[in-house]
Ligand binder design. Structure first.
Ligand code: RIB
Ligand code: CA
Length: 314
């Protein structure tokens, strides 16, 4: 079982990723770090608290992450994809207000648990802060799974930049430079992790878990949003869920070991670069970019995990 700290900014695909992590018997969630990204940090925190309440998981702390990128600029949010409050048409009930645990608690959690995996499916500001504020902290973390980047394929915010790396490129560069055992899950693969309403309906028939009721409505919104963005698409990509799937099932994807750079300014802001020439050499450190995965295996696993009772009630 992998013990994870999940950095997220829910957002619909982040929310489905949180559900997937809570229900997956191969994952133990130690903490969730809430940050700005798809919505404000405050909204992200309430969304996480709502999901944890529905899953009856009072034991998982919500850690207060970043409010804005390290540049201090005001973040841009994406209501057209995730809804005004991040869960499509759903609003957490008024009495749900996430309580935050101080960021410094992360160091205790990491040191108290052996072999922690960090998964970041949002802007990388909080993860960079973990490194900047901590002493030798990255040496005690087993591995990092990062959803971000677009390598030689179009971006989703600019022609070349993906949203997570674009949101705080300086933080993303801090992460890829200073951490080791990194697995990047970019748009090259996540754009293909399409889940349709047929898949969701299949899951709905198999379970009456209240989390899945929320997923149903949120996914309907998310899929409609993607249909407007990409005419002809029959579902929507679950970027953040694929990242967790590959973290638990690394053999279901193929990756290449290369150094990664993220452009931090001007028109190239957020663009991720690696050398894929035949003559290029593997990175000295263990940094890997996923370029392919088993789609059928992903869908089967997604349906199975989401329709299980999992380990959500402890
Ligand atoms: O580019 C995809 C990423 O941006 C995902 O993490 C999604 O949640 C959005 O924020
Ligand atoms: Ca995300």
């Amino acid at each position: 079982m992998k013990k994870i700290i999940l950095f997220a900014d829910p957002g619909i695909d982040d929310s489905v990723a949180i559900m997937y992590a809570l229900l997956n018997p191969g994952i133990k969630v130690l903490a969730i770090v809430s940050s700005y990204g798809n919505v404000t940090k405050e909204q992200a925190t309430d969304n996480i608290a709502y999901l944890l309440r529905l899953a009856s998981r009072k034991d998982i702390p919500i850690i207060g992450g970043a409010n804005s990128p390290s540049s201090g600029e005001i973040p841009r949010f994406y209501p057209e994809i995730h809804g005004e409050e991040g869960l499509g048409p759903i609003r957490p009930p008024m009495d749900v207000q996430g309580e935050l645990t101080n960021f410094s608690e992360l160091y205790n959690i990491i040191r108290m648990n052996q072999d922690v995996t960090v998964v970041d499916v949002g802007r990388n500001t909080s993860l960079a802060a973990l490194f900047i504020l901590g002493e030798n902290i990255t040496d005690v973390i087993k591995e990092f799974y990062i959803m971000g980047g677009a390598f030689l394929v179009p971006g989703n915010v600019t022609s070349s930049a993906e949203a997570n790396f674009y949101g705080d490129p300086v933080a993303s560069q801090v992460v890829v430079t200073n951490m080791d055992n990194i697995y990047i899950v970019p748009l090259n693969v996540t754009n293909k992790a399409i889940v349709t309403m047929e898949h969701i309906n299949m899951i709905r028939k198999l379970t009456d878990n209240p989390l899945i009721q929320i997923m149903d409505e949120a996914m309907e919104y998310y899929i409609e949003a993607y249909k407007k963005l990409i005419p002809g698409i029959n579902g929507a990509p679950l970027h953040d869920v694929l990242t967790l799937f590959l973290m638990v099932n690394p053999e279901m994807g193929s990756s290449i070991r290369r150094d990664v750079k993220i452009l931090t300014a001007a028109e190239g802001r957020g663009t991720s670069i690696a050398d894929f020439r035949v003559s290029s050499k593997p990175a000295e450190k263990n940094i890997n970019i996923y370029l392919d995965f088993n789609y059928q295996g992903f869908i089967e696993d997604f349906i199975q995990v989401m329709s299980s009772t999992g380990n959500s009630r402890e």
